[in-house]
Design a protein around this ligand. Sequence first.
Ligand code: ACM
Length: 520
Amino acid sequence: MSAPRPEPALVPRPTKAAFRSGHFTFDRTTTLRVDPGAEPAADLLRTLLAPATGLPLRPSPQGQVVFALDPQLSGLGEEGYGLTVAPHAVLLRAGHPTGLLRGVQTIRQLLPPEALSDRPRRPGRWELPCAEITDKPRHPWRGAMLDVARHFQPASFLRRYVDLLALHKLNVLHLHLTDDQGWRMPVAAYPRLTEIGGHRAESMVGPAGSATYDGVPHGGSYTRAELAGLVAYAQARGVTVMPEIEMPGHVRAALAAHPELGAHPARQLDVWTGWGVCDTVLAVHEDHVLDFCTTVLGEVMDVFPSPYIHVGGDECPTTEWARSPAARARAAAEGLPDTDALHGWFLGRIGAFLTAHGRRPTGWAESGGELPGDFTVITWREPAHALRAVRRGHAVVSAHYRATYLDYAQSDDPAEPPAQPGAVVDLRAVHAHDPVADDSRTPAAGQVLGAQAQLWTEFVTTPDHVEYLTYPRLCALADRTWTGPTDWSDFLARLGPHTERLDALGVRHRPSHRSGEEAS
Ligand code: ACM
C-alpha cells in the first residue's frame, strides 16, 4: 500500500487508523469467509447492507472478506477489533464476538453513506478505502436512556433507536419503563399494571406546576414478545437493554392499578397527569409490597438478560412514611434512626434480591452517598457525586444533567421544539463531558464505567422529536465514551460528513453546522 490519505470521517473516531490509496470493492461477486464464532457479525453485515445494496454476500471458504475470532486480539478486550482493508481482501478480527460487531459498524461507515439507506440505492459497486485500523473503547459503558413512561413509543421505533446506538458503537439502551405517568412493562402476575397503569386521562401542558392540561388520553404498553424481540434484536447488534422499574418513588401508575401498595389502601389514585415529583410512594414498610416488587423484578429478569437491573431510587419524598404509624413502627423494629432511612433499607433488600439472582442492582444517585454498597450508581445531579460514589466503592456511570440530559434544548434559539426548561445542553457540552470528573489520578477512577445520555419525555411525544433531540448530541457522547477526549474542531470536521450517514438513514436531527457555528 502507498501514501497516507485523508481520514474518512468516522464517529466515533477509531483509536488507531491509517488510510492508504486504493480500495476494496463490494459487488455481487463478493463472498464472506466466516470462521467459527464469527457468524453473528457476518449475518449483521448482510442484514445491514441488504436494503440499500441488495448484495448477497454469500459465504464461501474462499471469501475475500474474512471474519475471524483471533485470541491474539484478546488484549483489545470484549469490544476491540482489528480491520485491514486491502484492494483484494478485507480482514476483520477480534478476540471476542462483540468486537466483530463493532468492526461491522466501521465497515458500514467506511462505505458511501447511501449504503446505510433502508431503500435500494444505485446498484453496482460499493468501495471501501484501504485501511489499517486497531480500535477499542475507552469506557465499557456507553449508553442512552429513553423514557417510554412519560410518552410511549412503539417497539418498532425502539428497534430503530437500537440500530442508531449500534452505528455509534454505543452498547446500552436503558429503557425507563415505569413512572408516575405510565407503566409500560407487562407483568403476568399483575395485569392491572398495564391495563390501568398504562393509561392516563390527559397530560399537563407546560412545565411542572402548570395548571393547564391537554384533555388528550395517552397510553400504551409493550407485550412480553415485543420486549423479548427487542432484547434479541439489540443482542445481535451488541447492545444490552437495561430495564428500569422505578421504586419506591415515581410509582403513581402502579398505585393507580394497586392502591394496596400505597400508604392508604382505600385511596383510589389516578395515573398521574402532571409532571414533577409526586409525593405518593410505595408503603415499603409492608412485607407484601416487597413481595410485589420481587415478583415484578422476577418477571423483568425473565425478559431481560441484562446483568444490570435498574430500580430507580430517585426523587422519593418520605412524607407519607413519616406520617404513617406502621412505617414508624417498622423503622423502629428494624433499628433505623427514622422513617427516611426506610429508603436505603428497602433498596438494600431489593438489591440483595437481585444480587441473589446474579444481577447487579442499579439506581439513580441523589448524592452519591445514599444507595446500598452493592448498587451500581448513575450520578446525575453533580459531577462531585460521581467521585463521592467512587470513594464509597460503587461502580459509577456518569449522567451529569448539564452534559447528558438530552431533554434540555440544544440551543437557546426560541425556534427549538419544546424541551425541559431551565438549561441548555449544547453539542459542545456533551462533547466536553468527562465521565471520570476531574480526578482520573484516583486509583478508583477505574470504577467509572462510562457515561450515558438521558432523554426524559415529558415534552417529547413523537419519534421525530425524540430523534431531533438525540442527534447529533449522541454522536458527541459516542466520541467521548468510545474514543476519549477528542479535539472539538476535529469532532466537528468529522460530524459534517457523518451527517450524510444520518441523512441516508432518514434520522431527524438538528443541523450539525448550526451547533458548530454557535459553539466555535
Ligand atoms: C432523574 O433525573 N430524576 C434521575
